[in-house]
Write a protein that binds this ligand. Structure first.
Ligand code: ATP
Ligand code: MG
Length: 390
């Protein structure tokens, strides 16, 4: 269905308050929800077809990309794997936040690793792989456990291979005989033994002021985020500060405006950067109920040149991703302090369909809620939530 230009006059009447999001998935939809309460409008762009769409129901809008770019006050993106020409076109307007440089650092693991190395930020020992000989050498130097990743287009654990033995190395080398390394170099990382995964979401306003949410503890299943716990337990001021210092260095190097997510591995009292995401992030969904201003609202505030809202946590939150499952049961919805965020997508295995935020004011209250929700979840999600049960 196509909506008419005049039918969407509100997107254009106030040319002053339109924001364009490249990408039209759940993050664009939730940015819309964060923006609308501020009286700002959001229009999403299907990055493949370059059509402008309504960010909530995804209906096509009768408006060209050029018209949208002309009228808007800011352009942002909900993911980094964008066509190069679209990034170029957005950058040329001078309105793209956080901009092409930040997008490149999030989209290409080689650019990202180079940035981290240049800034002296600890990350996983790694090698760039341009042929199978490089891979064999990397295994000798960094093995016996490697994770091989495509340099681009990887997300939710796609585009990764575990190499945990010489036999597996041989198998992968055989598989890669015809691989076009020029088109897609790979990155081999040492598989590190971390104690846990955490992330920091920070936001930088248009004046360069930084603010941060408290560290979040993250749990993965099959390479994909399934659970977040915020605030992460057992975080002292030094650890939070270490993460914030990393954030500031990266944000400053990228002349960043908006929310920047940093995925970290904790090893003792040291943090290693796993990867960065130049956008709002799944591990920040808890802020929708946990903080006065969510990551979505603050990202919009930052790119619109507005003052930031408070990042102070107001509640404890456990966020459970609904992966590959239909909507939760009425029994779950009936529980107080459960907040559902559904994305209205067709059900598919491994697909993020929505999330629920479990909100509490004490550890004991959160545990009680986790126990109640656990009993009502479908089996595949039960196994995930079990990780948080005391
Ligand atoms: P996402 O889009 O979910 O962030 P991704 O596909 O970009 O994922 P990574 O974040 O690089 O991929 O890896 C996914 C998960 O695999 C990590 O969160 C971590 O659990 C595990 N992992 C990745 N790299 C390493 C490593 N070097 N050592 C140990 N575990 C790792
Ligand atoms: Mg990741």
């Amino acid at each position: 269905m196509t909506q008419t230009f005049s039918g969407n006059a509100s997107f254009l009447n106030n040319g002053n308050d339109l924001i364009v999001v490249l990408g039209h998935g759940q993050l664009a939809r939730m940015m819309y929800l964060g923006a609308t309460q501020l009286g700002l409008n959001i229009l999403a762009v299907n990055a493949d077809t370059k059509e402008c769409v309504n960010p909530v129901d995804k209906t096509r809008l009768n408006l060209t990309l050029e018209q949208a770019f002309d009228h808007c006050i800011a352009i942002t993106s909900e993911f980094e794997h964008l066509p190069k020409d679209l990034v170029k076109q957005a950058e040329a307007t001078g309105k793209f936040r956080p901009g092409a440089k930040a997008i490149a650092a999030g989209a290409d693991r080689i650019v990202e690793k180079t940035l981290l190395e240049d800034l002296g930020i600890a990350n996983c020992p790694h090698r760039i792989i341009r042929n199978t000989e490089d891979l064999a050498n990397a295994y000798t130097e960094l093995g016996p456990k490697l994770i091989l990743k495509t340099s681009r287009d990887g997300y939710d654990g796609y585009g990764q291979w575990r190499i945990f033995s010489l036999d597996e190395l041989q198998d992968i080398c055989n598989e890669l005989q015809e691989f076009d390394f020029d088109h897609m170099p790979l990155v081999a990382e040492q598989c590190v033994s971390f104690e846990r995964e955490i992330s920091l979401l920070g936001v930088t306003d248009s004046q360069g002021n930084h603010d941060y949410y408290p560290l979040t503890e993250n749990h993965h299943g099959a390479g994909q985020l399934v659970l977040s716990l915020a605030r992460a337990p057992n975080v002292n001021a030094a650890l939070q500060q270490q993460a914030q210092d990393i954030h500031d260095k990266i944000a400053e190097a990228l002349s960043y405006t908006g929310v920047l997510a940093i995925e970290l591995f904790q090893m003792g009292d040291k943090l290693l950067v796993n990867e960065i995401a130049p956008r709002v992030h799944n591990s920040g969904h808890w802020t929708q109920q946990g903080c006065a201003a969510s990551q979505f609202e603050n990202h919009i505030r930052a790119i619109a040149g507005l003052p930031l809202g408070s990042t102070q946590p107001q509640h404890l939150v456990a966020m459970v991703n609904y992966v590959g499952e239909p909507k939760p049961s009425i029994e779950i919805l009936a529980l107080k302090n459960i907040h559902l965020h559904w994305y209205d997508k067709g059900v598919r295995a491994k697909r993020k369909m929505g999330h629920i935020n479990l909100v509490a004011d004490s550890e004991a209250e959160l545990q009680a809620l986790i126990t109640k929700v656990h009993a009502l979840l479908p089996e595949s999600l039960q196994a995930n939530l079990a990780k948080l049960k005391a």
